[in-house]
Design a protein around this ligand. Structure first.
Ligand SMILES: [Zn+2]
Ligand SMILES: [Zn+2]
Length: 363
């Protein structure tokens, strides 16, 4: 990273209102999750840096909510919110006030997007964002309102074209994919664990978009126990040529803390080294193509260490403030079988997508 990039102005979106949720004590999203992040970023002095400001979340506008979700679904969330009875989906229980919480945690993403779009900050980091499983007609996978889709619609109204969604959460961004599957004004790249066994069982390599959006939806999936080497290999082979050909005007990035080896819900074996590498590349790409316009949404991450080390790593890249997580030892190295599958997946993506997008080369 060059010295000039180290001075980027960064907005961290936070308010105690983000903690107004209660999925129950056995749920992977624990109360205190966002308070912990804020305290960690205070301890590590990120929030005291002169180039870091705190941004207050806002509620989503009615028109954006109506754009991203059906009336029927919004009424359902409202009903659950009033009584505290019922569920959004089997893995996403309801609670009293869930409508407000979903609204403010998604609105946090929009506050970050707005701050970047207007040039108030160069980058924004929203720890609550990345509800990529929510669809027009419903939620699930801990996602209630799709803040990623809301961000894209908002940016379009502001005149932004060619928006890149770089989603490295270990689960496929299935909800987000549905909004933009035929849309060449959004490039959606999702790196995730194999949907054959992994929630949400969607996001196969062959799903490359349709109509005018053909080639702009890219799904790369990994076998379980995939670690840093195969992951960064796949990144280098696929992502830079895609970004270079697309020349995005705005970048929305989900780093994938739940692909870390300590995560209890997934089976990948990344360390924060891979997370740092991917973040550096995406940050550089945002500066090269999008005038630095980058919003980072934390997405999943269900182990205390992976979530804190991950967000520290991301903040370190985007703010230039030094932070090194403790040494990490994943339980496996990438073996020959993993390499074979990953090489094959990369090859299939290149064969399917690159000629469609006119990316030159011998695939
Ligand atoms: Zn920067
Ligand atoms: Zn996830």
């Amino acid at each position: 990273m060059s010295a000039s990039l180290a001075k980027c102005r960064v907005g961290f979106v936070w308010s105690p209102n983000l903690e107004t949720f209660d999925f129950g004590t056995k749920h992977p999203i624990k109360v205190g999750r966002f308070l912990m992040v804020k305290e960690f970023l205070e301890e590590t002095e990120f929030l005291a840096q002169p180039n870091v400001i705190t941004i207050q979340p806002k509620l989503l506008s009615k028109s954006l909510l109506n754009r991203i979700h059906s009336q029927e679904y919004l009424k359902k969330v409202q009903r659950i919110s009033e009584t505290g009875e019922g569920e959004i989906d089997i893995d996403t229980p309801g609670f009293k006030g869930i409508y407000y919480n979903a609204n403010i945690t998604s609105g946090a993403t929009l506050a970050g997007v707005e701050a970047v779009a207007t040039g108030k900050v160069g980058h924004a980091v929203s720890p609550t964002g990345g509800f990529h499983h929510a669809r027009f007609e419903g939620g699930g996978g801990f996602s209630i309102f799709n803040d990623v889709a809301a961000s894209v619609f908002h940016l379009r109204e502001k005149g932004f074209k060619r928006i890149l969604i770089a989603d490295f959460d270990v689960h496929h961004g299935n909800g987000t994919q549905t909004y933009f599957y035929s849309d060449p004004d959004v490039m959606h790249i999702s790196f995730h664990e194999d949907p054959e066994w992994m929630y949400p069982h969607d996001g196969f390599i062959e799903d490359i978009g349709d109509g005018r959006g053909l080639g702009y939806n890219i799904n790369m999936h990994f076998p379980m126990d995939s670690g840093d080497s195969v992951y960064t290999y796949a990144f280098d082979e696929i992502v830079p040529p895609l970004i270079e050909s697309y020349r995005p005007e705005f970048v929305i990035f989900i780093p994938g803390f739940d692909a870390h080896y300590k995560d209890p819900l997934a089976h990948m074996t990344l360390t924060t080294e891979a997370i740092r590498y991917v973040t550096e590349q995406i940050h550089d790409a945002a500066h090269t193509w999008a005038d630095g316009k980058l919003v980072v949404l934390a997405g999943g991450g269900y182990h205390r260490d992976s979530f804190r080390w991950g967000i520290g790593t991301v903040m370190s890249v985007v703010t230039g403030h030094e932070y090194q997580p403790p040494p990490q030892e994943p339980p496996f190295d990438d073996d020959e079988e993993t390499w074979t599958i990953v090489r094959e997946n990369v090859k299939r993506i290149k064969e399917l997508v690159f000629p469609t997008l006119g990316i030159p080369g011998d695939w």
